[in-house]
Write a protein that binds this ligand. Structure first.
Ligand code: GTP
Ligand code: MG
Length: 304
């Protein structure tokens, strides 16, 4: 008698794409069950691909949170949008997130057109259903299904978790058979120093307004485990001009102090160790055109 076959495993990449602010990072965190990707009310929060890993039955799902897709202007914009489309090309399933409250506008129309070039099966996810009446949702789902070929349509609230379990089951049933690519308990492939830099950038975004967040970036320079179990982390916030440095510091250092306190608490919670966080603010004119900054972010440097 032959041995009974081991239960077949499934495994695959699921790209979460959409316009800025659609709720991709919120959905990634909900699907994985832990905060892996930063979330803010501002557009263009996510800058590079963030992978979050979840197990559902016999399937391992590798979700890829991507930067929002919009009409790029700066070099950094082009790198971000390029990485999002690249992820769509490299995944087994592509989920298009639409902010149902915002509906379909220029960015969304352009993304739907771009999807025609993507070979993987596409799934439509209407998000933020907590903000929208049912008839409007149905009309939106119908209109989008007329403009592109979606294998399925889901209505979710990434924030409340409504509908997320159904979506996850769908992905688990539709990724291809194959061995798992990551150990069972791994939920992200991002190094902790990158996660820590992202957390600080989230606090910067939440604290500062207007253009400033888009002109800053955060890097972890030092990560030192101390004998008492705490971790000493030194990070640099790069801005483009001296006037911006003053804003990040705030009157009497108020702003940087608040950003540091909020970041320290979240980093400590994420790594489950006490943290001593030291933030430095440096002016680096034109960092948005410096290849080294892109390498640090995990983005390809666009030639122009
Ligand atoms: N009401 C409501 N708000 C949501 C929902 N999902 C996300 N949001 C909010 O929408 C805003 C943007 O969420 P993110 O997850 O950062 O959106 P994103 O698509 O990752 O944005 P980018 O990284 O900038 O492209 C945040 O303020 C979220 O709290 C939802 O289901 N309902
Ligand atoms: Mg995001």
């Amino acid at each position: 008698m032959a041995e009974p076959a081991a239960p077949a495993t499934r495994c695959g990449f699921v790209a979460l794409i959409g316009a800025p602010n659609a709720g991709k990072s919120t959905l990634l965190n909900a699907l994985v069950g832990t905060k892996i990707s930063i979330v803010t009310p501002k557009v263009q929060t996510t800058r590079a691909l963030i992978r979050g890993i979840a197990i559902e039955g016999s399937a391992q799902l590798i979700f890829v949170d991507t930067p929002g897709i919009f009409a790029p202007r700066r070099r950094l914009d082009r790198a971000m949008v390029g990485s999002a489309w690249g992820s769509a090309q490299d995944s087994e399933i592509v989920a298009l997130l639409i902010d149902a409250h915002k509906g379909v506008q220029e960015d969304e129309e352009a993304i739907v057109r771009g999807l025609a070039e993507v070979r993987a099966p596409k799934v439509l996810v209407l998000n933020k259903v907590d903000l929208v009446e049912k008839p409007k949702l149905l009309a939106l789902a119908q209109a989008l299904n007329e403009s592109a070929a979606f294998a399925a349509t889901f209505m979710v609230s990434a924030r409340s978790g409504d509908g997320v379990a159904d979506l996850k089951s769908y992905f688990a049933a539709h990724v291809p058979p194959g061995p798992w690519l990551y150990p069972e308990d791994q939920i992200s492939d991002a190094p902790l120093r990158q996660l820590a830099a992202e957390i600080t950038r989230e606090k910067l975004y939440l604290r500062l307004h207007q253009e400033l967040p888009y002109q800053s970036t955060v890097e972890t320079e030092v990560w030192k485990e101390l004998k008492d179990g705490a971790v000493r982390i030194e990070q640099t916030i790069y801005v483009e001009r001296e006037s911006q440095r003053k804003i990040v510091l705030g009157k009497g250092g108020q702003a940087i102090k608040a950003i540091g306190a909020a970041a320290r608490a979240d980093i400590a919670a994420a790594i489950e160790h006490p943290v001593h966080l030291f933030l430095f603010v440096k002016v680096r004119e034109g960092w948005g055109d410096d290849p080294e900054r892109y390498r640090e972010m995990g983005l390809e440097f666009p030639r122009e």
